[in-house]
Design a protein around this ligand. Structure first.
Ligand code: GUE
Length: 305
């Protein structure tokens, strides 16, 4: 391979990759219908009126139907009690048309999120947030874990870009339970030398600059600058931040946690925002629902990553 030249980073097409993944999922759904008479079903539960959440939920429901699955949508009002929500989750656990359950986070303050997540049947936990699935991922039992959608989507993009990841130095910026920690476990399971950096890391720029693979999920607009990146590195930007609108704009632009214009001068490959990791999250959710369906019916499951 030739040496990376300044300014020539490959822009990783997450949107296109996600569309291909969804058409693969649509074929798997068709096969489940034709060969086993099973229609995978995904239930999405939204509590309250957060407008951004409503946009994601609508997009998920539309794409669920597009791949041929059944979509069950439960929209509860903001003052729903914890007890009512737990009852609904239990009802979805018991419903055999439902193979995957996603409860959109964050939940209102009066509801204990952990309690809700741990009421979901681990086999239907397509977000991979239940402790049973967290433990399986952390112990490397990937054959039985449900793996969180965003990190799994990032891994798919990395493997598509780089092939075998063995021996590569991977740095994950951010230590959240939904992205940073599961991402680090996945990279470790794929034989990367893996490090997590965070707000208390002594020289975070220097640690990032050592990475062949840099995954950024810190939730801070354009925190990672061009000079934090090793020339030729592969950069995955998980951030989704909305800027204040410019005069004449109705909504502000979406930008990542990486200063894209600087980073693309240095990186070998980089995901854009929007059109990078975001669309992968939804596509992997659908893929996880097929995986969950296969496991619940003892049908051979498609290889994922
Ligand atoms: N239990 C749970 N599971 C989740 O997976 C979950 C959640 N709660 N709560 C909210 C966040 C957010 N999230 C996104 C998914 C796709 C895009 C996405 O497709 N973004 C597009 C842009 C969309 C736009 O233009 O607004 C992109 O990056 O290209 C973004 C954000 C999933 N979440």
């Amino acid at each position: 391979m030739s040496q990376a030249q300044a300014g020539d980073a490959t822009i990783i097409d997450g949107k296109g990759f996600a569309a291909d993944l969804r058409s693969g999922v649509a074929q798997q759904v068709q096969a489940l219908k034709d060969q086993h008479g099973i229609t995978p079903g995904l239930a999405v539960v939204l509590v309250g009126e957060n407008p951004a959440s409503q946009v994601y939920v609508r997009s998920k429901a539309k794409k669920t139907v597009e791949v041929g699955m059944e979509s069950f949508h439960h929209h509860l009002d903001a003052n729903t009690s914890e007890h009512e929500l737990l009852d609904l989750v239990q009802q979805l656990n018991d419903d055999e048309r439902v193979h995957g359950i996603l409860v959109q986070l964050p939940l209102p303050d009066h509801i204990d999120e952990d309690k809700v997540i741990h009421t979901i049947d681990p086999q239907k936990d397509v977000d991979g947030f239940h402790l049973m699935n967290v433990g399986r991922l952390a112990t490397g039992d990937l054959d039985n874990a449900m793996v969180p959608c965003t990190p799994l989507g990032c891994l798919m993009l990395l493997k598509d870009q780089l092939g075998d990841l063995s021996g590569k130095k991977a740095v994950v910026a951010g230590r959240s339970n939904i992205v940073g920690k599961p991402m680090a476990h996945l990279l470790l399971a794929n034989n990367c030398t893996t490090e997590i950096v965070h707000s208390r890391t002594r020289d975070i720029a220097a640690e990032c600059r050592d990475a062949d693979i840099l995954v950024v999920a810190v939730g801070k607009t354009r925190m990672v600058r061009g000079d934090w990146i090793k020339p030729g590195a592969t950069v995955i930007d998980v951030g989704i931040n909305r800027l204040d609108p410019e005069p004449g704009e109705e909504k502000g632009k979406l930008v990542g946690d990486v200063a894209f214009d600087e980073a693309k001068q240095v990186a070998g490959a980089i995901t854009p925002v929007p059109g990078g990791v975001g669309p992968m999250t939804i596509a992997v959710l659908l893929a996880n629902t097929v995986t969950a369906t296969c496991r619940q019916h003892n049908v051979a499951e498609p290889a994922r990553s």
